[in-house]
Unconditional design. Structure first.
Length: 334
């Protein structure tokens, strides 16, 4: 047992040094997959090493040795190997969405719009596929929003990760059921037998941030009159399973108003976000409320939820499960 632990320590040391070869890396990943004690040991190494790096950053040039003699001068390769290891055994499901053509046509609001191959554009038949969405979402969320808008425009009931619904003459796409789970990890749904489970968080090791965003609803509003002010009152509850490694999570409920411009592109014309902090008490749900004045000319309203961890706890973000429940929206004058 002692020799096995020593061998594991040497593999972790090589990983943090950036000198591990492919064969040893596969051995290390296999050891992490099969042994919870080694997982905890690995977490301890990474947490302590990250604390030493960020809290004593001003001193690291004078420091000749560190935990297990890990050098600091190769922090870029360290971060790359850490995130690779985490993805190997913490992330159990990868994102699957519309085609890469749609993904390439959606850019972040803070970056310039990318140009897409015109030959690829001509192969697309949906109006949303041939528009650029300039919105403040992650790339994966943007792809999902684009898919939902395309389905609303074409009234196509075949939607990846969502379903067409309506309340009166208000049409929308909802992803609630596709993210639903029954009671899990000691957390019970608020009222019925289902709740929304967040996907695994994605880690940014350089900034010590792990977060995930889920697009839950997209409402089509362009067919409605705008003779008066319109509001939407939204609420949702958040909870998380217990974890000894991470005690709190930042949750938020966001509403985004999108408008189509003359070029047929969608831009964000208004947004609001309500943030709450979830604790380790599985019996209590934290409620987020957001009252949003919908800007005139809004064509689509996007409802999303987000979870975020910062600091050392970001490295163990996926050690517990995150949930949302009882999402409710009430529109006025629509």
């Amino acid at each position: 047992m002692k020799s096995n632990t020593d061998y594991f320590d040497s593999l972790v040391s090589k990983t943090l040094e950036g000198s591990i070869n492919n064969k040893d890396f596969e051995v290390l990943r296999s050891m992490l997959d099969q042994n919870e004690n080694l997982q905890r040991r690995y977490f301890s190494f990474i947490r302590n090493e990250s604390l030493m790096h960020w809290e004593e950053n001003s001193m690291h040039n004078e420091t000749k040795t560190g935990l297990l003699h890990f050098p600091y001068h190769q922090i870029v390769s360290v971060a790359a190997m850490v995130i690779c290891l985490f993805s190997a055994w913490l992330i159990h499901a990868s994102f699957s969405g519309p085609s890469q053509d749609i993904s390439n046509r959606i850019s972040d609001v803070y970056s310039s719009v990318n140009q897409v191959d015109s030959a690829s554009d001509q192969s697309r038949h949906s109006s949303a596929d041939t528009s650029t969405l300039t919105i403040a979402f992650s790339s994966e969320s943007s792809v999902k929003v684009g898919s939902f808008i395309s389905s609303l425009q074409t009234e196509n009931a075949s939607i990846l990760g969502g379903e067409l619904s309506s309340i009166g003459n208000l049409q929308f796409v909802r992803a609630d059921d596709f993210l639903s789970t029954p009671a899990k990890s000691g957390v019970l749904p608020l009222n019925d037998d289902k709740m929304i489970q967040f996907s695994d968080m994605k880690l940014d090791p350089e900034n010590r941030i792990a977060e995930v965003s889920e697009t839950i609803r997209v409402y089509e509003l362009d067919g409605h009159s705008w003779n008066s002010h319109k509001f939407v009152d939204a609420s949702v509850h958040f909870n998380q399973s217990f974890s000894t490694l991470s005690d709190s999570t930042e949750f938020s409920l966001s509403l985004h108003a999108l408008e189509s411009n003359e070029e047929g592109n969608f831009i964000e014309v208004g947004t609001t976000e309500q943030v709450v902090i979830g604790d380790n008490d599985q019996t209590t749900w934290e409620k987020a409320d957001a009252l949003f004045s919908i800007p005139e000319g809004t064509d689509y309203l996007v409802v999303s939820i987000r979870a975020k961890k910062s600091g050392p706890s970001a490295f163990v973000a996926n050690h517990n499960n995150l949930f949302a429940d009882e999402l409710e929206l009430a529109f006025s004058d629509i």
